[in-house]
Design a protein. Structure first.
Length: 650
């Protein structure tokens, strides 16, 4: 009778069919997560490639991420019934994450602009699903190394591309032209160099930790060390002041942590010395970085100060629950000072994720996020002794588990520092990377204690599987509708020959997403353009336009241009006195805007108030906007002077 060794010469335990299928599912989930981590940075950070045709600029690349998360949820639901026995890993952080998700669902139902809040909610749900998927499916040490190696490889590639952009002054990313202010700075495959700097600063500690502490071959250590050096260079050529500071602070903390570890203090001293030398050499080699800091001191700050002040004032007005997710961009303008109104006229974020969270999610949402981060780092401190190797054998002091925990913890720390001056958590690629690191750090509880494994039993398994499939179904439906809406919006934006066809495309987009005021506004604009042609049915066309603009104002009462267009309709119907309040409301919503000033001037001419018209045109010329303001200003002055002399207007 053959022995077990003869049947299985490798000595490994044979897997049953169910076990092989379970292993295949685990590998499929790992592949999906790795695909997300590769795709998101390469797809402009999972944002739209610069064509601002919708109010949700993340959608173009984010839909792919959403689809991969849906796939992972379905596989996980299937795996729940394959595992024998099934155990759920549920450390304390999970309660805080669940609480924030529930808060987000409720909060997004009580907002002014429902569409903006729902886009934010979709991101929260995707991130939360990804967190739980990774926590309960990628909690083996091989998974951590697979994720870390992919992130280091992506970070290395991004940094090399950023150095190429900096050296050649190439302003393109995948054929898309970056804005002029970013043209001379390295950004990798991101549009904004600051976002790239935040991404590289988050990955850098992983590369350093594996180089110093990982149980890797010398060849792999040389590659990770080279990757760390290139990422340092990448952050410098991005010329991101916040990125450079976040990186410098994180590197100092990294060295101090090593110095205070008995096993690694020599490594820490050596690393600190090497980093100081490398930093001095690189800073001397890239004078543009020093020039950026000198410019900051010369200007005594930049436009971020105004965004922060605006966010703080919005927070004071909506202290507990916030103004609503995604609402900062609608509420900021009235708080912008006249003399400081430069840079972005309508910033999408406050360029400070802490203030942005306070003003949009309120103190309640901010507290839940801070509790989550506190529990995360408290967990790292609790299980840190268990992931270190304490053998006296020099060759076995290194630990890849400890390397990942230290590198990932400092990566999260780096992005938290950078979020003080930027918006990393509003960029899907950076947020997805941070969530992945958080989930893997939480999964390391399994090496510290068995106390957080739960057996949900048959009913719990059923509820968990139904929840996973329900989330997958919801994200699938939402992604399908968003994809179709985006398709028709893009088609309408590219339509240049037929107003009828363009209006039809906007109508189809509206069918898939009726809460998006953008589609309604553009529909009204199509009808108003026809009315301006002066045909016999111009009144009917104008009234139809007014219907769409009114609907747009109901869905988004903070949209100034919908008010302007509605006022223009009233002017075209010879009802200028009724239109005045709409133009004034637009000016309240978006003050110091040359386009609003221009249309206010034209409205005053309809009223016959030529002196007031000249006043608004004069303001409009302070901020060039491409409109023929000078011609209208001269015409208003001529008519004002003629009226003063009692001469009929020309």
């Amino acid at each position: 009778m053959p022995s077990a060794t003869q049947d299985n010469p490798s000595g490994r335990k044979k897997l049953s069919g169910v076990e092989r299928l379970d292993l295949l599912c685990a590998r499929a989930i790992l592949a999906a997560v790795l695909a997300i981590l590769i795709w998101a940075p390469l797809a402009y950070g999972a944002v739209e490639d610069g064509r601002q045709i919708t109010s949700a600029p993340h959608r173009y690349g984010f839909l792919v991420v959403q689809g991969l998360v849906v796939f992972s949820l379905v596989v996980w639901a299937f795996r729940i019934y394959l595992q024998r026995p099934f155990r759920l890993l549920w450390p304390p952080v999970c309660w805080a994450v669940t609480a924030f998700v529930l808060y987000a669902i409720v909060r997004c139902r009580f907002v002014v602009v429902a569409y903006a809040a729902r886009q934010e909610l979709m991101q929260v749900l995707v991130y939360a699903c990804l967190f739980f998927i990774i926590l309960n499916n990628l909690n083996r040490r091989e998974s951590a190394w697979a994720v870390a190696s992919v992130l280091i490889a992506v970070g290395l590639g991004e940094a090399l591309f950023a150095f190429y952009q900096f050296a050649t002054h190439d302003p393109h990313v995948w054929g898309v032209l970056k804005p002029d202010q970013y043209a001379m700075r390295g950004s990798g495959t991101f549009i904004c160099p600051d976002n790239f700097a935040g991404f590289a600063a988050m990955i850098l500690p992983l590369a350093l930790a594996y180089t110093v502490m990982g149980r890797l071959s010398p060849t792999i250590k040389v590659l990770t060390g080279y990757g760390a050096l290139v990422m340092i260079t990448g952050v410098l050529v991005s010329q991101s002041r916040g990125g450079v500071l976040a990186m410098a602070i994180t590197l100092v903390v990294f060295c101090l942590v090593l110095i205070y570890q008995r096993e690694y203090w020599r490594h820490g001293v050596l690393a600190l010395g090497v980093l100081i030398v490398v930093g001095v050499v690189l800073l001397q080699s890239f004078g543009a970085v020093a020039g950026r800091f000198e410019k900051l001191y010369a200007n005594k700050g930049d436009e971020r100060i105004y965004y922060w002040n605006g966010a703080a004032q919005i927070f004071h007005q909506h202290f507990l629950w916030g103004a609503g997710p995604g609402h900062f961009k609608y509420l900021y303008a009235p708080f912008a000072p006249f003399l400081g109104y430069y840079g972005q006229l309508s910033p999408q974020t406050a360029h400070n994720d802490y203030l942005n969270t306070l003003c949009e999610w309120g103190l309640a949402g901010f507290a839940l996020i801070m509790v989550t981060m506190g529990l995360l780092f408290a967990g790292v401190r609790a299980y840190w002794p268990h992931v270190k190797r304490t053998s006296n054998d020099l060759e076995r002091k290194n630990s890849s588990k400890a390397a990942f925990v230290l590198g990932a913890s400092l990566g999260i720390f780096a992005v938290m520092v950078h979020c003080v001056v930027d918006f990393d958590m509003h960029l899907p690629a950076n947020a997805l990377t941070a969530v992945t690191l958080m989930a893997l750090l939480t999964a390391h509880w399994r090496f510290g204690t068995e106390g957080y494994w739960a057996n949900p039993r048959r009913l719990g398994k059923a509820l968990l599987a139904v929840t996973a499939l329900g989330a997958a179904g919801f994200l699938t439906l939402a992604g399908w509708r968003s994809g179709l809406e985006f398709h028709w919006l893009e088609k309408a934006a590219l339509e240049k020959t037929s107003l009828d066809q363009q209006a039809a495309d906007f109508q189809k987009a509206r069918q898939y997403e009726p809460l998006n005021s953008f589609s309604l506004y553009e529909l009204g604009d199509c009808y108003l353009t026809r009315a301006f042609d002066g045909g016999p049915d111009y009144k009917d066309q104008t009234k139809a336009a007014m219907t769409w603009f009114e609907s747009a104002m109901l869905l988004n009462p903070y949209d100034p241009m919908a008010h302007v267009r509605y006022g223009m309709c009233l002017d075209w119907l010879d009802r200028p006195r009724e239109a005045t309040r709409y133009f004034l409301r637009a000016n309240e919503l978006l003050p110091y805007n040359s386009t609003i000033y221009f249309y206010l001037g034209r409205h005053c001419m309809e009223l016959g108030s030529y002196a007031f018209a000249a006043h608004w045109f004069e303001y409009a010329m302070i901020f060039p906007n491409g409109l023929d303001v000078r011609t209208y200003y001269n015409r208003a002055m001529e008519r004002s002077q003629a009226a003063a002399k009692g001469v009929p207007s020309p």
